[in-house]
Design a protein around this ligand. Structure first.
Ligand code: DX5
Ligand code: ZN
Length: 234
């Protein structure tokens, strides 16, 4: 068992897989379906080979839901846009170490804006980048696909990275969430939870499902649901 403690399991649907002609209804539907956070994938066509949306969309959606906004920046440079996403309503801002030369400064900026900070590890990025900035972090995100597109297949070799990071977080004693993003489905989610993840991002598996509540429940799974009941009682 890699987990030293029990962590509630949160589900963060990625808006990237929503129907963009009906964004307001989509956000309200997944909140009603039991989603915990809204994951917002920001892509610039430079850091990743796709373009999604920017702070104006984040701002427009903010009044529609109480779900925390989990903003995943796949942009380079990220620093000039941190304030815009904070002002638009981000609760947590995550960025990739490859996005710029001053990772520590980026996290200082995010924290200075009063927001939570996350670091994102691509499948080819080693866990070692995390240690020097661990004290700045509220979240570590392990990419289980190469970023840029929804609907890709889960890369199982990332499970070892999740387990290694779970060990690092538990040894640190810090309150840091461990998130996984890419190809998360009812089939792959239990492996992520077992490895130590406690926030599961899912785009296609939630927005592509006819019954979003059933999809959220299936991804959380019986182990996640039991753990959340345990946590609520503690
Ligand atoms: C990929 C994004 C993911 C993606 C997940 O660059 O960071 O959040 O939208 O989509 P699925 O769950 O369909 O793999
Ligand atoms: Zn993402």
């Amino acid at each position: 068992m890699t987990r030293a403690t029990s962590h509630p399991v949160l589900i963060a649907p990625s808006l990237l897989a929503a129907d963009f002609t009906r964004l307001a209804e989509e956000v309200e539907a997944i909140e009603a379906a039991g989603a915990d956070w809204l994951h917002l994938d920001i892509m610039d066509g430079h850091f990743v080979p796709n373009i999604s949306f920017g702070p104006a969309i984040v701002k427009a959606l903010r009044p529609l839901t109480r779900m925390p906004f989990d903003v995943h920046l796949m942009i380079s440079p990220a620093d000039p846009y941190l304030a815009a996403f904070a002002e638009a309503g981000a609760d947590l801002i995550s960025l990739h170490p490859e996005a710029g030369p001053h990772l520590h400064r980026s996290f200082q900026t995010i924290r200075g804006l009063g927001k939570k900070a996350g670091v994102v590890l691509n499948p080819g990025t080693p866990v070692e980048v995390v240690a020097p900035v661990l004290d700045m972090l509220d979240l570590i995100l392990v990419m289980s696909v190469n970023p840029g597109f929804g609907g890709q297949s889960f890369i199982e070799s990332q499970l070892g990275k999740i387990a290694a990071l779970r060990g690092m977080i538990d040894r640190s004693g810090r309150d840091i969430r461990l998130q996984v993003d890419g190809g998360v489905t009812a089939r792959t989610a239990p492996m992520c939870i077992e490895a130590g993840a406690d926030v599961l991002v899912a785009g296609t598996a939630v927005f592509g499902a006819p019954d979003r509540a059933a999809a959220v429940a299936a991804i959380r799974g019986p182990v996640g649901a039991a753990r959340n009941i345990e946590d609520a009682r503690a």
